[in-house]
Ligand binder design. Structure first.
Ligand SMILES: [Zn+2]
Length: 417
C-alpha cells in the first residue's frame, strides 16, 4: 500500500499556484459584461476545452474527445481487469457565471491526477479526468456531456434547439463533432466517479468547515399552478362576492409554505414566478399562475410532500371558491451518493488533516447523471458568502487546494493498490 498523499509536498511542488493559474486563465475565456458566459459548442467553449487538453497532456495524461465534446484525460492502469476511477466536472458556465463552478472540479482533477502520476507512478486502475460539456443548460437542456456518457442523451435532446433555432446536433456538427443518436453508447467501464465542486451555498462557510462530503444530490419536483377566478370591477364588487384568483393564489402559496416548513429537515420550497391576468390595477384578477419548486434529498419525503402540497392547494382553492390546474413541469429523483465513496472521502479528509461534514447538494451536478453508470461521490469546498452563478463567485486558493488534496487522496485510495 502506498503512503498517503502529503499536503506540504503538494504545496512545495507548486500545485497551489498552478491551480490558481488554471482557474484565472479559464476565467479569461468567454468574459461577458456581467461575468463569464461560456456556452457549449461555441468558439469560447472550444478554446477552454483546448486549454484543458493541453494542461492534461503536460501532466502526462492521454487526451481524447468524445462525440459530444467531453474532454477526457486518462492515465492507463496496470490492471486491465479493473474498472476506471473517474473524476471531473463541467467547463461551461451559466450566463453571467463565475470562475469556479465546474472549473474547479476539472482543473482540480487534472492536478490531482498529475500529482498522483508524478509521485506514485502508474496506478492499478486507470484514472480519467473528464471535462463535461453543457452541464448548465444555458444554451440547450442541461447535462449534455454527462448524459451522453451515461447513455441518457436521447434523440429529443440531440434535436433540441437553442434560442436561434440551432439544434444540439447542428451546433456539434458545425464544430466537427460526429454527434448522432446511433452513436449513443453507455460507458460501462467506470467504477467510481468523484466530483469536486464549490458548494454554491452558505452552509460550509457558516460552519467554518473546509470540506463537505455530499450525502445526496437533492431531488426536485416543479409544477405550475393556475388559479381560475372571475374578473370583476375592483370598486363595485363586495369582497365577499369575489372569486379573486390572485388573492387565492397568495393564500395557497402561504399554506404550501407552512406545510413545507412544518415538515422540517432539508426540504426547500420556492415560488419563483407569479403572473396575474388581466393585470390591471382596478380589476379583480381572473387568472393567476405561479410555479413551485420543491426539493429534498429523501425520495419518499419528497414525493409525500409533493402530494401533500397538491392536496393542500386543492383544499385552499375549494375554500376560496376558485378552481386550480396543477401541471407538473419537472421531476428529478434524488440521488444518494455511494456510502463507500462517502467513507473514502471522509477518510481522505482525515488523512490530509481536514475537518469535514456531511452536506446535501441542493443543486444538480454531472454526478447526478454519472450515478446511472457508476458509484458517485462529491466533495464540496466553501463558497464565499454562499454566492454562485454570478461574477462574485469566489473560493480562496487554499480552500480550493484543500478540496484537491481530499480528491487526490481519495483517488489514490481507490486507484492504487
Ligand atoms: Zn456546476
Amino acid at each position: 500500500m502506498n503512503k498517503s498523499i502529503d499536503v506540504p509536498s503538494i504545496k512545495s511542488q507548486g500545485y497551489e499556484q498552478l491551480l490558481s493559474y488554471y482557474l484565472e486563465e479559464l476565467g479569461k475565456v468567454g468574459t461577458s459584461e456581467v461575468g463569464l458566459c461560456r456556452r457549449p459548442f461555441t468558439a469560447d467553449y472550444e478554446k477552454a476545452a483546448q486549454m484543458v487538453a493541453t494542461w492534461m497532456r503536460e501532466h502526462g495524461l492521454e487526451v481524447r474527445k468524445d462525440e459530444v465534446g467531453n474532454v477526457i484525460g486518462r492515465i492507463e492502469g496496470t490492471n486491465s481487469q479493473v474498472k476506471v476511477i473517474a473524476t471531473g466536472s463541467h467547463l461551461d458556465t451559466v450566463r453571467g457565471g463565475g470562475k469556479y463552478d465546474g472549473m474547479l472540479g476539472v482543473v482540480g482533477g487534472v492536478i490531482a491526477a498529475g500529482y498522483l502520476l508524478k509521485n506514485y507512478g502508474q496506478p492499478e486502475h486507470s484514472i480519467e479526468v473528464i471535462a463535461f460539456t453543457g452541464e448548465e443548460g444555458s444554451r440547450f437542456g442541461g447535462f449534455l456531456g454527462s448524459k451522453w456518457m451515461a447513455g441518457a442523451l436521447g434523440e429529443k435532446d440531440i434535436n433540441s434547439k437553442d434560442e436561434k433555432g440551432i439544434s444540439v446536433k447542428e451546433a456539434a456538427t458545425a464544430l466537427g463533432y460526429n454527434l448522432s443518436e446511433e452513436l449513443i453508447a453507455v460507458r460501462k467501464d467506470i467504477e467510481a466517479f468523484l466530483e469536486l465542486h464549490i458548494e454554491q451555498g452558505p452552509v460550509l462557510e457558516a460552519a467554518g468547515c473546509p470540506i463537505g462530503i455530499v450525502s445526496a444530490i437533492t431531488g426536485m419536483r416543479q409544477a405550475e399552478v393556475i388559479v381560475h377566478g372571475r374578473t370583476d370591477h375592483a370598486g363595485t364588487t363586495p369582497l365577499n362576492m369575489r372569486q379573486d384568483a390572485l388573492l387565492s393564489a397568495v393564500k395557497i402559496i402561504k399554506a404550501l409554505d407552512a406545510c413545507v416548513r412544518q415538515s422540517g429537515g432539508d426540504t426547500v420550497f420556492t415560488v419563483g414566478q407569479i403572473d396575474a391576468n388581466p393585470g390591471s390595477v382596478n380589476v379583480v384578477a381572473e387568472r393567476c399562475a405561479f410555479t413551485i419548486d420543491l426539493r429534498d434529498p429523501d425520495p419518499s419525503k419528497l414525493s409525500g410532500l409533493y402530494e401533500k402540497c397538491l392536496e393542500e392547494a386543492r383544499t385552499q382553492a375549494a375554500q376560496a371558491g376558485v378552481k386550480i390546474d396543477w401541471q407538473e413541469i419537472l421531476t428529478v429523483e434524488p440521488v444518494p451518493c455511494s456510502v463507500r465513496l462517502r467513507e473514502t472521502l471522509a477518510a481522505a479528509a482525515k488523512t490530509v488533516g481536514l475537518d469535514c461534514q456531511p452536506i446535501v447538494s441542493g443543486a444538480g451536478h454531472d454526478a447526478l447523471m454519472m450515478a446511472e453508470i457508476a458509484a458517485v461521490g462529491m466533495v464540496f469546498v466553501p463558497s464565499a458568502g454562499g454566492r454562485s452563478h454570478c461574477s462574485e463567485e469566489y473560493t480562496p486558493a487554499d480552500q480550493c487546494l484543500a478540496g484537491v488534496c481530499v480528491l487526490a487522496e481519495a483517488v489514490r485510495q481507490l486507484a492504487y493498490n
